[in-house]
Design a protein around this ligand. Structure first.
Ligand SMILES: Cc1cc2nc3c(=O)[nH]c(=O)nc-3n(C[C@H](O)[C@H](O)[C@H](O)COP(=O)(O)O)c2cc1C
Length: 172
């Protein structure tokens, strides 16, 4: 990990409101040393699963996203926050299919101990090991909220990705 960052224990030192964390529109990145893609992620949750002391980050990615192809095949993903909302605006508007978003924004790639890429300009980096993924099943839509949303959602029904938070760093 880059020396500009210090590790945080999410179980004792994470002070953000988990209900509003994803409203900050962080950046989700999946990939490896060869290739990766990143996009803005607004839907997700922080909590626990399969162990009281196993912190998890859950994200929802639509199949039309270029990032989907990467996270489907990845072992890890990272969720990053940035000081400037410009990164989220750009990463959430353009697709990695069309342009190199990181290059356009002038972001620098480095790698976690697990070999997952992240951007050195981030203010926090949360690294997650994917434990579970599956498409949301429309048979499970229990009220009008998901039914109405997907009536007109060209990017397709999201898949859920549950990651165990294996490390987190913040900028020194
Ligand atoms: C604020 C914001 C939040 C977003 N949240 C999500 C999300 O939770 N899940 C998702 O699939 N797409 C989400 N998107 C859309 C993707 O970020 C967007 O389609 C992006 O261009 C996909 O890039 P890619 O094709 O390079 O993966 C969001 C976009 C914005 C602007």
């Amino acid at each position: 990990m880059n020396s500009k960052f210090r590790p945080i224990n999410v179980l004792t030192d994470f002070s953000e409101n988990p209900f509003t964390f994803f409203a900050r529109a962080p950046i989700l990145l999946a990939g490896d040393h060869e290739q990766y893609n990143a996009m803005t992620i607004g839907w997700g949750s922080l909590g626990t699963l399969w162990g009281m002391e196993r912190p998890t980050a859950t994200v929802y990615v639509a199949p039309a996203r270029h990032t989907f192809e990467f996270i489907e095949n990845a072992k890890f993903f990272v969720i990053m926050t940035f000081a400037s909302s410009m990164v989220a605006d750009f990463m959430g508007t353009y697709s990695g299919r069309d342009i190199d978003k990181a290059k356009t924004l002038g972001l620098t790639v480095d790698y976690t101990l697990h070999g997952c890429p992240y951007f050195v300009e981030a203010t926090t980096v949360m690294e997650c090991e994917i434990m579970y993924s599956a498409p949301l099943d429309s048979a499970g839509f229990r009220n009008q909220v998901p039914k109405r949303l997907y009536e007109n959602f060209p990017a397709g029904i999201h898949s859920v990705f549950v990651g165990e938070v294996v490390a987190m760093w913040e900028r020194k």
